[in-house]
Design a protein around this ligand. Sequence first.
Ligand code: ADP
Ligand code: MG
Length: 185
Amino acid sequence: MTPLIRLDNLTVAYNRHPAVHHVSGAFASGSLTAIAGPNGAGKSTLLKAIMGELRPAEGRVEHRLGRAEFGYLPQAAEIDRRFPISVIDTVMLGAWKKTGAFGRIVPGEVKRAGEALSAVGLEGFGRRHVGSLSAGQFQRVLFARLLLQDAGIILLDEPFTAIDARTTRDLVDIVTRWHGEGRTV
Ligand code: ADP
Ligand code: MG
């Protein structure tokens, strides 16, 4: 079978210091893969290289996917929650692929965003400021955004770090459902 994503001797560097060293491998369409390693091992760097946000210093990432085909959960530490934005608007960012960054948000998307919030157990939280949420609640918001985006390939960077057990269980259920739907996670 042809893999969806192939890594061929991939090296990614910051200012010539390699963070990912000569990695080769493949991800099949519909597969569910965990990438494990200590802090600084290069996991986040690898995900960014797969999406095309970082260029290889050596080797290649092979796929025929556009950036918009990837649903991406950034590592929590990389998100600034002081930005004054509501929960519902954060979820709506998942609809950008369909509306375009400067496109109009159609009423149907507002309804779908509300449904996505319900699906992650945050019904009624839409007007809250993201800065007022707990770490677990905020991670649920980001999962709601991914639900709305409805991407075929989903990259999650440390989805269960600093999250309580109940939230982890709920979010694992969503990941399992995505896998069951044939998405590549
Ligand atoms: P992980 O996600 O596994 O903790 P990272 O991919 O974040 O690892 O980091 C891998 C290495 O690259 C680390 O040594 C880190 O310090 C370095 N690094 C990560 N991001 C940058 C950056 N923006 N500029 C310079 N070095 C970076
Ligand atoms: Mg990381």
